[in-house]
Design a protein around this ligand. Sequence first.
Ligand SMILES: NC(=O)c1ccc[n+]([C@@H]2O[C@H](COP(=O)([O-])OP(=O)(O)OC[C@H]3O[C@@H](n4cnc5c(N)ncnc54)[C@H](OP(=O)(O)O)[C@@H]3O)[C@@H](O)[C@H]2O)c1
Length: 319
Amino acid sequence: MKHLRVYHNSIRSVRQLRFSHLGNISAFCLPAQTASFRRIFESAFSKRTMATAMAKRLEGKTIVVTGASSGIGRSTAKEFARTAPKNLKLILTARRIDSLQELAKEIKEEVGDGVQTLPVKLDVSNPEEVKNFVSSLPVEFQDIDVLVNNAGLVKGVAQAPDIDLADINTMFNTNVTGLINMTQAILPIFKKRSDGGRGDIINIGSIAGREAYPGGSIYCATKAAVKSFTEALRKELISTRIRIIEIDPGQVETEFSIVRYYGDKSKADAVYANCEPLTPEDIAEIIVFAVGRRENVVIADTLIFPNHQASPGHVYKKP
Ligand SMILES: NC(=O)c1ccc[n+]([C@@H]2O[C@H](COP(=O)([O-])OP(=O)(O)OC[C@H]3O[C@@H](n4cnc5c(N)ncnc54)[C@H](OP(=O)(O)O)[C@@H]3O)[C@@H](O)[C@H]2O)c1
């Protein structure tokens, strides 16, 4: 009973205070209870305040996600919609338009009409399509604020001198030239804004771009190229408010390995057997968190592993 009274008194008092005065909880709690109440209140209120602040920062933005038909891109679109459900425009791009339309439907069912979605068929490895991308958008979707350069893939595990030329070209044209062309297509929109420009580019790199591994030489080279391009771009844009953010995942279970093994699901499943890879939602949360920071905060570079991984080759598998 005594505990209940203290709890209710505390709630009443907290309501009367501004949240920034949480430090004063000790004034109306017994000393022994202060620590646990502080923990409960601070976590409950600061989480809500942070979530609200993030939603506010994202509200009204127009966001492009490449590779939104699957995996990390798909989860990222959903995470943006869930975080700022009141007022957001999402341009969902990939080659598989049916999957994008399905995603748009799911987002609408989940969060309602506050999030406007626009599925757009776009092959980032096709320079002509990328060049015409912005001008082909409806006018109300053209003022883009955020570009998530996520589309990417790996093909095969072949080693030199046996790497298929078509696979080499596909990986470079998608992961490197596609990402650069998308950046060049969107940057002029950012640069028209005040203070030299505003907007966010999130490049999805990989641990593969930091540490190369046998059987992944081309994919690793493409992701190392993404890293170099990203770092140079951040420096080139230093006098603007444009944020250049790189997010490098380790092992994530998506369609990635299915694509690597040319559709052989059993080979893909073997990659994730006896271990616990990251989920695409894990990476999506980090992307949305990075974009949702105050404009002066740049989460320039992140490396995200599942618990059992420490490098491309250091992966603990349960016996
Ligand atoms: N999964 C991992 O372990 C992992 C680790 C580190 C980094 N990454 C990176 O994360 C990003 C997303 O991969 P994911 O794991 O989510 O794999 P995923 O499930 O296979 O998704 C890849 C996405 O890229 C799109 N895409 C591929 N080629 C494209 C093209 N030419 N034009 C437009 N879109 C294209 C695919 O859509 P369509 O086929 O419909 O075009 C799909 O939506 C990639 O850049 C990948 O390199 C993944």
